[in-house]
Design a binder for this molecule. Structure first.
Ligand code: ZN
Length: 86
């Protein structure tokens, strides 16, 4: 079985995971969506879109997850402003 290296689009952690059998049946030029569950690679959940060549084309991230990341980002930005003030 073939394994592909998947990189989390959120935290950049990576792991090799075996590809599902269905990838062998997709037609040339078409794409396959693979849901990556929590704790498969890291604590994030996202959908991986790969093509028939096993290359990663895109990611779909849950909207709530994006919101959460933006909140964390905002917090970090606030902190950096605070740092400058000090
Ligand atoms: Zn992650």
């Amino acid at each position: 079985m073939r394994k592909i290296l998947i990189v989390c689009p959120i935290c950049n952690k990576s792991k090799r995971i075996p590809v599902p059998e269905s990838i062998f049946h997709i037609e040339e030029g078409s794409l396959l969506k693979i849901p990556i569950k929590k704790n498969t690679i890291c604590s994030h959940e996202f959908i991986l879109i790969i093509d028939y060549n096993f290359s990663i084309r895109d990611y779909e991230i849950d909207k709530d997850e994006i919101k959460r990341i933006q909140q964390i980002k905002k917090k970090n930005e606030d902190l950096s402003i605070f740092d400058i003030v000090i």
